[in-house]
Design a protein. Structure first.
Length: 369
């Protein structure tokens, strides 16, 4: 849908565009947050934005300015409505709701077969993730799942500061894993309170709910209502997921490896990828793709491996990093816009031996291949 949106914003493209989905998307099933230096084409549906973020851990707590970045949140219902409104008015677009049976590269075009119809296209952008295929792709690499459950709460007391979200609250038992609470405040009495874990498997639903109930008791002894709930799982892997299958089938979204391996952040990366695709189509008629410099792939692989091997220590590592480099330095690094001297400075902030061990393991894995 991000790609459909970016295509809709470029009327000079003369393609006929078909959007295939299993069913219409309407509700608030997702909350997307991202940081950016400037506004973008989705500014109209930004739900909330902030210029500070809070960090908490047993060893360091602070309210940190995000400048030159702004932290944005978009609710999915507004996003779905916004995209559908745009493409319904655009004569180039059609939509088709059905399960996809197969996508096959034929001579001169790609065939997409659904339960009810078959279609042919010059280019197909495929975000349909097969869990069986994905398991095969990541089998020899590091994989963690970022899984989370959030409650949208409305409290009786005014307990939230609407001007500052909590990006990380590590003041909870780590249990050998990366675990933290993420809070997006929308008013003094309304917020998304989310329990987030990086581990090899998700929990039973009752474990998230039990934790959130205990955490809310820490925040307030007064009553509150749970207005909505959300649950999600994001794969974090250093497996080299391909961007295409030949010249006509292009993999996008999670399937195309757009989830950053060390953080799981994906929305802004997917938007940048969609913009690159459109730029290529506007130029030579061939999709371009968002590029990641190889050294950042190495950094992600090392950090991810360390999270898997030594997840309980990550709160301490993050505390050291955010204390020394503040929010601007860390967001710029996670945005992959730092230079090598800055990256060496960041690496020098944490104990080197665990990360060197992870580096050796990754090199050994590559040599075996």
């Amino acid at each position: 849908m991000l790609l459909a949106w970016e295509l809709s914003q470029n009327p000079t493209l003369k393609f006929t565009i078909l959007l295939i989905d299993k069913a219409p998307k309407k509700g608030n099933d997702r909350t997307w947050s991202f940081w950016a230096e400037e506004g973008n084409s989705l500014d109209e549906i930004i739900y909330k934005q902030w210029h500070k973020l809070r960090f908490h851990s047993p060893t360091f707590s602070a309210e940190l300015n995000t400048a030159p970045y702004t932290y944005y949140t978009i609710r999915s219902a507004a996003f779905y409505r916004h995209v559908h409104n745009a493409i319904e008015k655009d004569p180039r677009f059609s939509t088709h709701y059905a399960n996809i049976l197969h996508i096959e590269d034929k001579v001169g075009s790609v065939e997409v077969a659904t339960e009810t119809n078959s279609f042919r296209a010059k280019h197909v952008f495929d975000s349909l993730l097969s869990h069986e295929k994905f398991a095969q792709q990541v089998a020899k690499y590091t994989l963690l799942w970022q899984h989370f459950k959030g409650w949208f709460v409305k409290t009786e007391e005014e307990i939230f500061r609407p001007d500052i979200p909590t990006m990380f609250d590590f003041n909870i038992p780590q249990e050998g894993k990366v675990q933290f609470v993420y809070i997006l405040p929308f008013s003094k009495t309304e917020a998304l309170v989310e329990y987030t874990i990086f581990s090899e498997a998700a929990f039973e639903q009752k474990k998230y709910d039990k934790f959130l109930k205990i955490y809310m008791q820490k925040l307030t002894m007064s009553s509150y209502n749970i207005e909505e709930k959300e649950f999600g799982m994001i794969p974090m892997t250093d497996a080299p997921l391909p961007l295409n299958n030949g010249n006509r089938i292009h993999f996008i979204g999670t399937k195309g490896g757009l989830c950053k391996a060390s953080t799981g952040y994906a929305f802004r990366r997917m938007q940048e990828d969609a913009q690159a695709i459109v730029k290529g189509l506007l130029g030579k008629g061939v999709p371009q793709r968002r590029k990641t410099k190889s050294r950042f792939l190495w950094y992600d692989a090392i950090i991810l491996h360390q999270m898997k091997q030594n997840g309980g220590a990550v709160a301490y590592y993050f505390s050291k990093l955010f204390q020394k480099h503040r929010m601007k330095g860390m967001l710029t690094f996670l945005d992959e816009k730092t230079n090598v001297p800055k990256e060496l400075s960041i690496m020098g902030t944490v104990p080197p031996l665990p990360f060197m061990a992870s580096f050796r393991e990754i090199v050994k894995r590559k040599v075996k291949k």
